[in-house]
Design a protein around this ligand. Structure first.
Ligand SMILES: Cc1cc2nc3c(=O)[nH]c(=O)nc-3n(C[C@H](O)[C@H](O)[C@H](O)COP(=O)(O)OP(=O)(O)OC[C@H]3O[C@@H](n4cnc5c(N)ncnc54)[C@H](O)[C@@H]3O)c2cc1C
Ligand code: SF4
Length: 382
């Protein structure tokens, strides 16, 4: 599969072919190209071998959005990372266990215990190296809850950066009512990065446009909006014409956007939206693109069976940045290998490390960095 535009000198082709567009998405791609845009095949983490279908685990169903795949056909951490190693003698998976805090030796430089709550009991595990990967919010929570004499503000938090710079992405789901029916089952195969960077009169980058799961039936809440369209279609037919987009604008790191933990261990999130004009600008660019392919602005609607302006504080799916890495211990939590500056044997390998998060889905970057940290650990252990 070709590299994704705008690419860069570091960019390479993907090793696997692109997932083919279904008819309506191919039509959309062709229309956009004719109008001067540069749609591309979005990378899809699904185990699908279109040339040799019997080998495919994925059946290209329409329920890929945000749910575990019952066929284990998503190329996610469970399928690609965890399941294949479960038979190894030196791997033990402990389930139904919640890490509460980490303990250190008296110098505060070495983690000596991982304190876990399991089935009402407290169990402490130990290891030469401890890698924390509980997601950006919970990793910060665990570190902040591990305050001690040696680390009074929370483990690895002399810089006061643990929990800060929380980023969530400015994401906006939009539904476009196409003229032709869209019978796609799996429509997440197309992306558009024409507005990713500044330029052409845009002072700042706007972000990425991609597809999201197909509307199967426009909800009742959407009906009043849709009736204004004057389309002679009933709700089911309108759902059949829906083409669903996901607009992503970069969320910028603000020190005041942060995770804190109160005395009872409850998580609190403080968050103020960044980059709002660029989020609105991306929506305008999508509307213009749709009009250039023959769809009027009143056919570009909020996909409001999510929520309007989809991801306020409650939408933390893309949480990142709470333990950013960097060369300077005064302004970052982790060093460039994602080892905590202040500890010898503590690493963080989840979305917390990101100092900025771009305007693309985060999982591939989080996975790539975790593999990089893994390679460093292999070297260190050998
Ligand atoms: C609905 C939804 C849809 C998404 N869709 C996409 C997408 O299409 N593409 C994309 O790139 N990204 C997507 N994301 C974002 C992506 O899933 C995250 O960016 C990514 O999983 C972050 O990886 P992580 O390792 O930081 O955290 P996670 O993958 O969240 O892993 C953290 C793990 O730690 C565990 N954990 C947390 N606290 C504790 C504790 N105290 N003790 C023990 N275990 C703990 C959690 O159970 C979890 O298994 C989506 C997210 C959601 C919620
Ligand atoms: S949920 Fe459906 S489309 Fe997604 S990986 Fe599984 S089978 Fe494939």
């Amino acid at each position: 599969m070709a590299r994704i535009p705008p690419g860069g000198h570091w960019s390479k082709d993907y090793p696997w072919p692109a997932v083919s567009h279904e008819h309506s998405i191919q039509q959309l791609s062709d229309d956009l190209e004719r109008a001067g845009y540069h749609p591309f095949s979005a990378p899809c983490g699904i185990l699908l071998d279109e040339a040799n279908r019997p080998k495919s685990a994925c059946i290209r169903c329409s329920t890929c959005d945000g749910f575990p795949c019952l066929l284990h056909a998503k190329a996610d951490a469970e399928v690609i990372g965890v399941r294949p190693v479960l038979d190894l003698d030196n791997v033990t998976l402990v389930v139904d266990a919640e890490v509460r805090r980490l303990t250190t030796d008296s110098s505060g430089k070495t983690v000596t215990g991982v304190v876990v709550s399991r089935a009402g009991e407290t169990v402490t595990y130990s290891g030469d190296i401890v890698v924390l990967a509980a997601g950006a919010v919970n990793t910060a929570r665990i570190l902040l809850s591990s305050a001690s004499g040696a680390h009074p503000a929370g483990l690895a938090n002399r810089s006061d950066q643990v929990g800060r710079n929380l980023m969530l992405h400015n994401s906006e789901p939009v539904v476009v009512i196409a003229k032709e029916p869209n019978n796609s089952a799996f429509q997440k195969t197309l992306g558009l990065n024409d507005f990713y960077f500044a330029g052409d009169g845009r002072p700042w980058p706007l972000g990425n446009i991609q597809m999201v799961g197909k509307s199967s039936m426009v909800t009742r809440r959407a009906d009043p909006l849709l009736s204004t369209l004057g389309l002679r279609l009933n709700p089911a037919e309108i759902a059949g014409h829906a083409v669903d987009f996901w607009l992503t604008t970069e969320d910028l790191p603000r020190p005041g956007n942060r995770v804190t933990v109160d005395r009872d261990g409850n998580i609190h999130l403080a968050y103020r939206l960044t980059n709002q004009p660029e989020t609105d600008g991306l929506r305008r660019e999508l509307t213009t693109a749709m009009s250039r392919i023959g769809l009027t602005a009143d056919r570009v609607l909020d996909k409001n069976f999510f929520r309007h302006k989809a991801n306020p504080i409650a939408g933390v799916a893309h949480q990142a940045g709470t333990c950013r890495f960097g060369a300077d211990p005064a302004t970052s939590v982790l060093d460039l290998n994602c080892k905590a500056h202040e500890l010898d044997n503590l690493y963080v390998a989840d979305a917390s490390f990101l100092p900025s998060m771009g305007a693309v889905n985060p999982a591939l970057t989080v996975m790539a960095n975790a593999l990089r940290v893994g390679e460093h650990l292999l070297e260190r252990l050998s």
